[in-house]
Ligand binder design. Structure first.
Ligand SMILES: C[S@@+](CC[C@H](N)C(=O)[O-])C[C@H]1O[C@@H](n2cnc3c(N)ncnc32)[C@H](O)[C@@H]1O
Length: 297
């Protein structure tokens, strides 16, 4: 009697790969397996469920095997497939930009909340009559600036957005993402070391700056440390170095009554509060399990 060979169906490939990724200590083993298989088969992730018993072609399986090998060695799934969803928006990513994180969505939410208040208070116009102005410092893939632009369409005409980064490669990615999201014309992209090259002033400045200390950086998992840009993560010995420069600069560039919001690490919440106080910021609030800080001028 001939032995029946079990087929490599979508379901079986996902099960096997999930177990393999688990054995490698990968945080989201099933999600990563799904993202990679969907990319190899050029279908949407949700479509895997309706294809559970179908067999990918040899070519698709070869591509998937390569993805699985590289993911198993540490390469992030988002870089392998070239895209990461943030705030329900697909962002193109490559190793020149940090992969946008879910926790940064809180920074977008808090920024949108304050933009709304600001707009309500100002009757859709700021003091100078040119509209509300928003600046994203360290734009990376464009995650924050583009999510704000797309989700603030109610007053988009009067919302001017500046997005800067020290990395020209990151700015290229951000511009490509702004183009595919249809907001390229709405954002003024600028290469700048923090706010050094920025003219004018803003109602809101938001930033997810590098805030990782040397010790934390050395202990980061391989899939972050070996693949994501060091420039986006490491701030210096203490993790507060970039924030210490940005906080007084932002204070100079913010309009009276404006807000400054940052994503931070809970490990530096207290020193960041002191830095902000010294720079003159008022009503300093540390929110979302010490991950977001918001203050006012
Ligand atoms: C943590 S990443 C944040 C990227 C993106 N905003 C996000 O939330 O996914 C920090 C970004 O700041 C940029 N950056 C680092 N140092 C900078 C500096 N001195 N001036 C401007 N941008 C800087 C990095 O290139 C990187 O894109």
């Amino acid at each position: 009697m001939s032995e029946q060979v079990e087929k490599w169906t979508v379901g079986r490939l996902l099960n096997w790969t999930t177990e393999f990724f688990k054995s490698k200590g990968i945080d989201s083993p099933l999600l990563d397996a799904q993202v990679l298989l969907a990319k190899a088969m050029q279908i949407k992730r949700i479509e895997l469920y309706t294809n559970f018993t179908s067999e990918p072609t040899e070519q698709q399986r070869a591509l998937f095997r390569d993805f699985v090998k590289r993911r198993g060695a540490g390469e992030p799934a988002a870089y392998l497939v070239g895209v990461k969803e943030f705030y329900s928006i697909p962002f193109q990513v490559n190793p020149n930009v940090l992969i946008p994180r879910p926790e940064t969505e809180q920074l977008v939410l808090e920024s949108l909340d304050r933009l709304k208040n600001f707009t309500n208070n100002c009757n859709d116009k700021s003091d100078d009559g040119v509209g509300v102005s928003f600046c994203d410092v360290g734009v990376g893939s464009g995650a924050i600036a583009i999510a704000v632009a797309l989700n603030y369409s109610r007053i988009l005409q009067s919302l001017s957005i500046t997005a800067l980064d020290i990395s020209p490669e990151a700015l290229e990615v951000a511009k490509a993402n702004a183009k595919s999201s249809g907001v390229l014309e709405r954002i003024n992209f600028l290469q700048s070391d923090l706010l050094d090259n920025v003219e004018g002033s803003f109602d809101i400045i938001a930033s997810n700056p590098p805030y990782v200390s040397r010790i934390e950086y050395d202990g980061l998992p391989v899939d972050i440390k070996n693949y994501e840009p060091k420039l986006a993560l490491l701030a210096g010995e203490n993790g507060t170095e970039i924030i210490a420069k940005l906080a007084p600069q932002a204070f100079e560039k913010i309009k009276s009554g404006g807000y400054f919001l940052m994503e931070i690490s809970p490990a530096i919440a207290e020193p960041v509060k002191k830095i902000l106080e010294t720079a003159g910021w008022q009503n300093i609030q540390i929110l979302h399990d010490d991950r977001i800080v918001c203050c006012e001028k």
